[in-house]
Design a binder for this molecule. Structure first.
Ligand SMILES: *Cc1c(COP(=O)(O)O)cnc(C)c1O
Length: 369
């Protein structure tokens, strides 16, 4: 009898991450509003830097990421020695779980929290612990009530995905103050650049040595395909995470593109302004069709329908019309669809189609009577 290799406990409890779809069978020109990508793409300067990297493909990349960390530090007013760069912020999340949680430990995430927290906790052999939110907003009291002596990490995205909601600074300070010092509080700022006057949690890192902020080049920077993210924390935590980081985790092309991207503040400002304008427009247009959204601080809205059936039917209808949005039943929001704020034409198209869908639904119901 041959034996098979057995994976570590927890690994087979991981449900495979399902990314936003990008194709519809039989439809040529789809509008993809399912992955919170930047519809305007990256800075042209980032694209140029990426193209120039072709001349150095035979060279190993730099291992300490000094130039990129310096650029991030300059732009955000942060100490480069407190920054670590990774293969997307996903890799920083993975390092944090690997470094601070293992078998017997607990990792707290919230009811509608980003799925990578759970996946990374399980991959490290730890136990993910889900705590309720209050009307789709992170609830600090619920988090504190769930803390046990086994708690090692708490993950919060701010703004959150897929709800788009935020938890205020006062509440975060209350949480950081009340958490035991040996628990790491991770503030995931993947959407921080879409918020007005927001540091993503950097000031909390400066105040609390157990707080970590993660950021990404995948959202406002429009570089999701290139996989670059970073974390900001106390030097002690950064030193720990650097021991897990592969020396060549980022390629020359990634480093060069990210540095050019972070330095192009005009591009970021333009994308921020357009997103803010179109997010309001889209929320209002959906409201006119009787579909409600929470106030979003990110580059998507969470459209709430009357029922799971209606959300599914609308998703299917949009797909048939070549518009892909994101079902979020896996995030315990079966009656909702997450819709990325696209460019103006895409926003108009998705709002128009949802209007048609809603009107057809109402007429159909009346016709049945
Ligand atoms: C998109 C997203 C990220 C970014 O992940 P990357 O690995 O940097 O692409 C991180 N956290 C949340 C909540 C996100 O929605």
């Amino acid at each position: 009898m041959t034996k098979l290799p057995t994976p570590q406990p927890g690994i087979m409890d991981i449900e495979l991450y399902v990314g936003g779809a990008s194709t519809v069978e039989g439809v040529a020109n789809v509008i993809k509003l399912s992955s919170n990508e930047n519809p305007w793409g990256p800075s042209p300067k980032a694209a140029e830097a990426f193209a120039r990297a072709v001349h150095d493909l035979h060279r190993y990349p730099n291992t300490d990421h000094a130039a990129l960390r310096a650029a991030i530090g300059e732009v955000h007013g942060l100490d480069p020695d407190q920054i670590i760069c990774g293969v997307g912020s996903d890799e920083i999340i993975t390092f944090l779980c690997q470094a601070y949680a293992g078998p017997g430990d607990e990792v707290i995430h919230t009811e509608h929290g980003f799925s990578m927290y759970r996946i990374s906790a399980l991959a490290a052999g730890a136990m993910p612990v889900e705590v309720p939110e209050r009307d789709r907003v992170v609830d600090v009291d619920a988090i504190l009530a769930a803390v046990t002596p086994a708690t090692r990490l708490v993950f919060i995205a701010n703004p959150a995905n897929p709800t788009g909601t935020m938890v205020g600074k006062k509440e975060l300070v209350r949480l950081a103050t009340a958490l035991p010092g040996e628990v790491v509080l991770v503030l995931d700022g993947a959407y921080a650049e879409f918020v007005e006057e927001f540091d993503g949690g950097a000031s909390l890192v400066n105040r609390f040595p157990n707080v970590v902020m993660t950021r990404t080049f995948s959202k406002i920077y429009g570089l999701g395909g290139l996989r670059i993210g970073w974390g900001y924390a106390s030097r002690e935590i950064i030193e720990v995470l650097n021991r897990l980081r592969g020396p060549f985790n980022l390629s020359t092309a990634q480093l060069a593109a990210a540095e050019a991207a972070v330095r192009d503040r005009d591009h970021v400002a333009r994308c921020h302004a357009e997103n803010a304008r179109l997010r309001v427009w889209l929320g209002n247009a959906l409201a006119e069709h009787g579909v409600r959204c929470d106030a979003s601080s990110a580059n998507f809205v969470l459209a709430r329908f009357g029922s799971r059936e209606e959300a599914e039917a609308c998703d299917a209808y949009l797909r048939g019309e070549g518009v892909i949005v994101r079902r979020v039943a896996g995030y315990k929001l079966p009656e909702a669809l997450r819709i990325t704020v696209g460019d103006e034409a895409s926003c108009r198209r998705v709002a128009h189609l949802i209007g048609l869908f809603r009107n057809a639904g109402v007429t159909g119901a009346q016709g049945d009577d």
